[in-house]
Design a protein around this ligand. Structure first.
Ligand code: FUC
Length: 788
């Protein structure tokens, strides 16, 4: 067998005919040949304490969003329902820290009862949702998108014949004056000609909200009926613009104020902002808005391709899902889920808007399950685990901005935590910052019984990853390093010296774990110990890059040597607790959280240079079980990718899709939580590329199931853009685009013994060992490696 490796700078690599063929992006659609059911919400059913539960909304409606707001489209032809969410509209919510709540409901009465040729879609390549059908020989089409650059939702209704568009629009301000103890919402609707305005307040946090709906028709007439109903008669086409907002302003004041009702300035009304958005949108018109939306969205979405070479399924998405439940041998749905993850991330997390919470930008609830906020003992971090390697690093910026805003409050919480726990510390020194499990756009909390101080370091891991994937040293200096250092400052004070010299976090808790029904609080859980280690280790690496000299760094280095973070137990497992001997001695054996393996993923303390720990991780994973709640299975996928058990990772993905995926491909805990979508997307990427051990490792945990395939544009640490094609489980070429220059280390099994290296540029290689080569790269250049 003749095996060759060619490496050359190939600026026009993708002009080769072979590459061009695989370079045609596939069009991805979530679609159905029937409208979503709409039987409404039920207050008698509560999911994760949220009410009312609306099964049809959750399972069948299609979500679109622009980071600021979202809409759920049912695609009905009799009475269409579009439910709108705005990410800052919060009431008191569960637990008193605020809870997302529905912004508006729009009902369009079309009265088309027997449609034919029906189809509704979300086009993932364009982030548009469509509904099309024939009724009385007229073809109707509706297109929906939410533009990020113009922050406006656009609905365009067309027909293939003139004067055929007729409907009444009934807007609804949901959950006004309901007397629910967690909701103090007031509101009104005003209609003037073609403009509907919904406004009101939720005094709990001083929220004022406003939404405007503008109906622009071509041809026909428009009437205002009673009760704010707008009627459109015989139009040729109609464009509807929707803008929504509140007086929310992301700054430190929101979090540090002690009185809830003044967290926002209730003298500020969003009226002008919303009016301007609508006016600007009207000037741009449908064409201008569409162009802005497509330019913005496709720039992000089109960066990555991933194909498993299975045929595109031609059945409605839910049928594909049902078929997959019986026979998962067609991997197209896995591919679709991956792209859907990227679509969802772009739709829910954009600069200027809040980060992506537990339900993205979608809530039909009065009281949203688990608040819909930012859960820090894994969920919000999981939302961003796949942001970096799937080439969407900028979607993490909202979290960085959120962090900067809550930081003063987090600093106060750090001091308060240390006082509350009677830890001996000097109040006048810098105690850093902390964050616990529950957080919302309005309030954050310190660590508690739900999870120990390590929770904050699960967050700073994202800051370090953001740097490593982007190589953005300005970010590292200005935001990353201060965040990581502040966390080390706090964590250091939570450590207690033991008689044997070990430093243990005290008190310490492994997220959500319970023993005999009680939260189990102890010293030095593996979760806390390893996360202290990870944070300090990232701090030291960051300091080196920034050339920072500081005696504090020496102290952290010394502390890291005394953490003894990983201990193997008598079952051969990674212990969750020091005092555990055999697996499951303490806590629930099959608990959804598997926090003691955070050092394997997203952390890096356990890796292939620690083979014993890696083996013990497999034992823990086996014993914990692969089947769990939605996000928990997604964590297991990433962990199995890191143990290089690609086949098991894939098996978990299969079960996750079979058991935890809804007809609209949202994933469920239950209830719907978006973390499962993002965690599984990250897991797919983690099987296809890893880079946490100092080299790029394409197809690091490739399962046998993905026999042939191709990806383009995934990102490795060092900001290398990687494309790989594989056949029968073996890479046939790898392309690396260097976005920042620097040394590229590439691992592929037997890369040394099986290759002969040719270069046609100033590239020289080193063989570091049988599997790893290293070469210097130039910024913006592409390097193609062909393995034959
Ligand atoms: C964590 C998890 C729960 C749930 C909640 C939102 O507390 O343990 O399962 O996902 O976050």
């Amino acid at each position: 067998m003749k095996l060759l490796l060619n490496l050359f700078i190939a600026l026009f690599f993708f002009t080769t005919s072979h590459a061009q063929k695989i370079n045609q992006p596939r069009v991805y659609e979530i679609w159905d040949n029937k409208p979503a059911l709409n039987r409404g919400g039920d207050y008698n059913i509560s999911k994760a304490h949220g009410v009312p539960y609306d099964e049809d909304w959750e399972l069948e409606s299609y979500g679109i969003g622009n980071g600021y707001m979202g809409a759920n489209i049912f695609g009905r032809t009799d009475v269409e329902r579009i439910q709108i969410t705005e990410k800052t509209l919060f009431n008191k919510g569960l637990y008193g820290i605020g809870g997302m709540t529905s912004f508006a409901e729009l009902n369009f009465n079309f009265n088309h009862n027997n449609p034919t040729n029906y189809k509704r879609t979300i086009n993932l390549n364009k982030a548009t949702a469509t509904v099309s059908y024939t009724h009385n020989n007229v073809e109707y089409n509706r297109e929906h998108f939410i533009s990020y650059p113009d922050n406006v939702m656009v609905i365009k209704l067309t027909a293939n014949q003139k004067n055929k568009i007729n409907f009444t629009l009934h807007p609804k301000n949901p959950y006004v004056n309901t007397n629910h103890e967690r909701n103090t919402r007031t509101g009104k609707i005003e209609t003037k000609d073609n403009l509907i305005t919904l406004s009101g307040s939720i005094p709990h946090f001083g929220v004022n909200y406003e939404g405007q709906i503008k109906i622009l028709k071509s041809g026909g007439t428009l009437e205002n009926l009673n009760e704010n109903i707008v009627k459109v008669n015989n139009a040729n086409s109609v464009t509807i613009l929707i803008s929504a907002g509140t007086n929310y302003k992301l700054d430190a004041d929101v979090f540090t104020k002690e009185i809830d009702s003044i967290r926002l300035d209730n003298n500020i009304f969003p009226h002008e902002k919303i009016s301007n958005q609508i006016k600007k949108a009207e000037v741009l018109g449908y064409g201008g808005l569409y162009k802005n939306h497509i330019n913005d969205y496709t720039k992000l979405f089109s960066r990555v391709q991933l194909v498993f070479n299975d045929k595109i399924s031609v059945e409605p998405t839910n049928n594909v899902l049902e078929a997959y439940k019986k026979d998962p041998s067609n991997h197209y749905l896995e591919e679709l889920m991956f792209h859907y993850g990227r679509y969802l991330l772009i739709s829910t997390s954009r600069k200027g808007a809040l980060p992506c919470g537990l339900q993205g930008v979608w809530s039909q609830y009065e009281v949203t399950p688990f608040t819909g906020g930012f859960w820090h003992n894994i969920n919000v971090q999981m939302n961003y685990w796949g942001a970096f390697n799937t080439n969407l690093a900028e979607t993490f910026i909202p979290y960085i901005e959120y962090h900067k805003a809550y930081r003063p409050s987090a600093e106060l919480l750090a001091t308060q935590y240390l006082s509350d726990k009677n830890i001996n510390f000097d109040k006048n020194t810098d105690n850093g910052w902390t964050i616990g499990t529950g957080a919302t756009p309005y309030k954050i909390q310190g660590p508690g019984v739900h999870s120990g101080p390590g929770t904050g370091a699960l967050t700073t891991k994202l800051f370090w990853d953001y740097y490593e994937f982007t190589m953005d040293t300005i970010f590292l200096k200005e935001d990353g390093y201060p965040a990581i250092k502040g966390m080390s400052k706090f964590l250091s004070k939570t450590l207690e010296k033991q008689d044997n010299g070990t430093l243990l976090v005290n008190p310490s808790a492994s997220p959500e774990q319970k023993h005999h029904g009680e939260h189990y609080i102890t010293k030095g859980t593996t979760f806390d110990q390893t996360l202290v280690w990870e944070n300090n280790n990232d701090l030291l690496k960051a300091a080196k890059i920034l050339k920072i000299k500081d005696p504090f760094l020496e102290k952290m280095k010394a502390e890291n040597e005394k953490l003894n973070p990983i201990i193997i137990g008598k079952s051969g497992q990674i212990k969750e607790y020091i005092e555990e001997e055999f697996y499951g001695d303490i806590g629930q054996k099959e608990h959804r959280h598997i926090s003691h393996l955070c050092a394997l993923y997203p952390g890096t303390l356990i890796n292939s240079n620690t083979p014993n720990w890696l083996e013990a991780s497999k034992v823990t994973l086996d014993k914990r079980g692969n089947i769990s709640t939605g996000w928990a299975m997604a964590h297991r996928m990433n962990l199995r990718a890191r143990t290089k058990q690609g086949n098991i990772a894939h098996d978990v993905l299969t079960k996750f899709i079979q058991l935890r995926t809804l007809p609209n491909l949202w994933t469920t805990h239950p209830p719907f939580q978006i973390d499962g979508n993002f965690g599984s997307m990250a897991g797919i990427a983690e099987m296809l590329i890893q880079s946490h051990e100092g080299y790029i490792d394409p197809l690091a945990a490739l399962p046998n199931a993905w026999k042939n395939g191709f990806y383009q544009g995934l990102i490795a640490r060092g900001n290398f853009e990687v494309s790989t094609k594989w056949k029968k489980g073996k890479a046939s070429f790898i392309k690396i685009k260097s976005n920042k220059g620097g040394i590229c280390k590439l691992r592929y099994k037997d890369i040394k013994s099986i290759v002969q290296i040719e270069t046609n540029a100033n590239v020289s290689f080193k063989n570091l060992n049988n599997d790893v080569i290293s070469f210097e790269t130039e910024k913006h250049q592409e390097y193609k490696i062909v393995l034959q």
